[in-house]
Design a protein around this ligand. Sequence first.
Ligand code: 3SL
Length: 236
Amino acid sequence: MPKLDICYSPELLPLYDLTGQVAVIVDILRASSTIVTALGEGVTHVFPVASLEECTAYGQQHGCLTAAERDGVPAVGFDLGNSPFGFLDAAFPVWGRALTISTTNGTAALRRSLAAEAVVVGSFLNLGAVAEFARQQGRDVLVVCAGWKGRFCLEDTVFGGALAELLADEFDVRSSDATLAALHLWQQSKADLAGYLLQSAHVRRLNSLEASQDFDFCLRIDAYADVLPIWKKDRL
Ligand code: 3SL
């Protein structure tokens, strides 16, 4: 039976062997949710990059939209920040455009996970699609939590628990303490996910940046049920 494990921070990635595994990159607030929203709203493909310099260079090279965030605020000189609402603005249509995006933690976590056999982006918005992909692959899964500057994040961990619960019949979700803990957190929080996550550090950070509407949006389970960002060559 394949195993589902959870890496609580990209800083812990050297402890895991991604060879042959499916890596699910998760940054609920907000990079993975924003990437799923962008693709759900008609963006053709996404180049996730670690640095702002790369974001500028990809934008020029591919003539694509650019989105960038640092410390929760839009970085200067890019078309968009890291709010999913940037891709829902009728005054700024994104349909049919390609996108490059760089965020503090999420896109960097993705770039650090490329040794995996398959790399997908997970969020509550496409939870069911990620679970279905994992079932089809039948390989070990590592949920890579983007965290915050190397630290543990509640919302990414709870997502790992939600995925583990969905896959509990087909995957071993009991042999890793990290997965067990995530499952417990999810089971404790799922009846009132928003209420539970209001305690988290990143939600407080976003509230202070007046991005609280993003929080509610990012918790909408399967709102983009058909969107599965899969890494192919150099893009999602
Ligand atoms: O760190 C990241 O990748 C971002 O998602 C953080 S924020 O939600 O834009 O603050």
